[in-house]
Ligand binder design. Sequence first.
Ligand code: IPM
Ligand code: MG
Length: 357
Amino acid sequence: MEANIVLLPGDGIGPEIVAQAKRLLEGVATKFGHSFTTSEHAIGGNAIDAFGDPLPQSTIDACKASHAILLGAVGGPKWDDPTARTRPEVGLLKIRKELGLFANLRPIQTYPELVDASPLRREIVEGTDILFFRELTGGIYFGKSGRRPHPSGEEAFNEMVYSTGEVERIVRMAARAAQQRRGKLTSVDKANVLEVSRLWRQTAERVMKEEFPDVAYDVVLIDSMAMHLISRPRDFDVVVTGNMFGDILTDEASMLPGSLGLLPSASLGSEGPGLYEPIHGSAPDIAGKNVANPLATFLACAMLFRHSLGLTAEAVAIEEVVAATLKAGYRTKDIAAGGPSISTSEMGDVVLQQMTA
Ligand code: IPM
Ligand code: MG
């Protein structure tokens, strides 16, 4: 297969981990007989510095012409000034919208070797395997916003809007994933308060009843879900929710496995390239030190092969190598629990060696 993959290294540790992922993509290409063309483009803080824009048009054009996109991370203290004209995060929100990436998939899986690093007890988290579908291009993060005068000074507002069609498409995508997994879907909303959630719930229930009678479906309110997620995480299979609830729940869920450095995510639309990234962010405090964990980015590459290129064997090969690497005891500093650790590039070496062995 020939594929054109855009790399967006971004800020902080982004460039280091994407450099290792590039080596892995080349390793997979050699092993399985593919030819991948990669090109690097700017996004986030470095794009603000170089172009005055966190998402330059040249990056958008390159992404639109690609088969898949691999992103490192964006943001850092250098661009945190709340009065700045623009911010790195704007680049991320804009690329999601430009490419129609309405579904953010975040798998939360535990690795037996790392469960004791979880802030929760082993008997609660062990065996947790949840796939989140967070709606990514609508809701309150994309509604009208502004400020207006108020007797006390000012008031600010953000509108939360969802249409029937926006709910239908993400619920369908999540339900199809549930059919391939343990056959359970949980929709999370705040229908006891929000009109938007009442439309969400009505729509989700109709889609599930009419199109997915084989999937066990339930509904949980967002505040209860925040509790259930840490008291009985094993009970959930696929979870679907709106943009802001999903943002918060997936960060909460990312703590369950005890290792942020292992969690990838995929952002998908109904057509066109998908965008794949580790969820750990730019970690400016350790940037440039060759200590960051590249495994989440490797697992993001696995998702890229599976969802954008349809290369399942290649995806499985990466996932197996990552699991074997952990089993063999290799650790970057973040997951070493104070024990011996290897560097970012050494982890790249180990994974690549096993991949091409
Ligand atoms: C995420 C991030 C982004 C979001 C920020 C950086 C805009 O937190 O991908 O979850 O809230 O969507
Ligand atoms: Mg977030």
